[in-house]
Design a protein around this ligand. Sequence first.
Ligand code: KG4
Ligand code: ZN
Length: 351
Amino acid sequence: MSPAGRRLLLAIESSCDETAAAVVDIDSGSVLSSVIHSQTQAHAPFGGVVPEIASREHLEKIDVVVGDALAGVGTVDVVAATYGPGLVGALLVGLGYAKGLAQGWGCPFVGVHHIEGHLMAAAADPASPPPPFIGLVVSGGHTALYRFDGVGCAKLLGQTRDDAAGEAFDKTAKLLGLGYPGGIVIDQLSQQGDCNAVAMPRSLRDRSNYDFSFSGLKTAVRVHVDAALKRGERLEGQRLADLCASVQEAIVDMLLHKALLACRRLQIHTLVLGGGVAANSRLRREAVRRGQELDVAVYLPPKALCTDNAVMIAMAARAWVQQGRSSSLSLMAAPDALVEASSTALVSLSG
Ligand code: KG4
Ligand code: ZN
């Protein structure tokens, strides 16, 4: 136990292109530190995450990131890390580091499913709604809808059949020569655009399931770009802003239509967003507006807790610790880990 009588938890996240560490107070849930090293610069020249580069960057940065998170916080009582899903080489760095610390310090280790982390990000705010809620996790790697009743009780309702929503933003940005990652650039350019200017497909929107499809958008953008080129038009200024706003609107509409459909059908009047795309300003505004119309309370974690971070991993680990659960040090990295199987990574703390 730390000198101040607090029980502290160190969490590490390294599943994709952020090396992150955070320390939280297990009893109060307060966040003592959160450090994130983003690898965006390293991957930008390649227009996407390069797995080998990601692993190497994690290896180079993890000592400094964890050291900074631990600075001045005293003794840690539990160590946690993401075990999956994600890039196997990237996961291995954070997981191995965390297990090594737990073994060296003789304290329990907790393996966290990355999606449960996103679903628990909201819990960093004591005023956030408790489960059950509908969780919409939208990032560069995932786009899925869950019924969430707490850690170990996430049920997948539907997911993308092709590209993730973040990928749709990133691929659109690439086609338009806007660099990587594209979501934030499109978000900014769209502010000046007319979201009804260009017709965009909304695949699967009106099917009565909870699945998504975004791959048609990049084809639509390519067709639009080619047609503009043929007419001798340059896609810049207002034309570019209109196209960005139209793509963004289609993504936002498809996401919220299905999320709110789930709320209505399952009679759960709380919707929580997570993942990097949940930082999108149009998605945030529309989620609240449409939620109000349908009597659904929408909770949006702060943007820094939407993109990958270790506070969300700490929040999920804290919930497991409160249930008296921890993981074996033999827990392996699981690049395709299913959220429904998250509890198989845990045993009883005394066991
Ligand atoms: O959750 P995240 O940091 O990493 C994973 O993919 O797991 O999400 C990154 C994704 C990228 O595709 C990025 O373009 C998108 O989130 N993103 C945004 C915004 N900020 C980040 N998409 C739309 N609008 C934004 N403001
Ligand atoms: Zn993520």
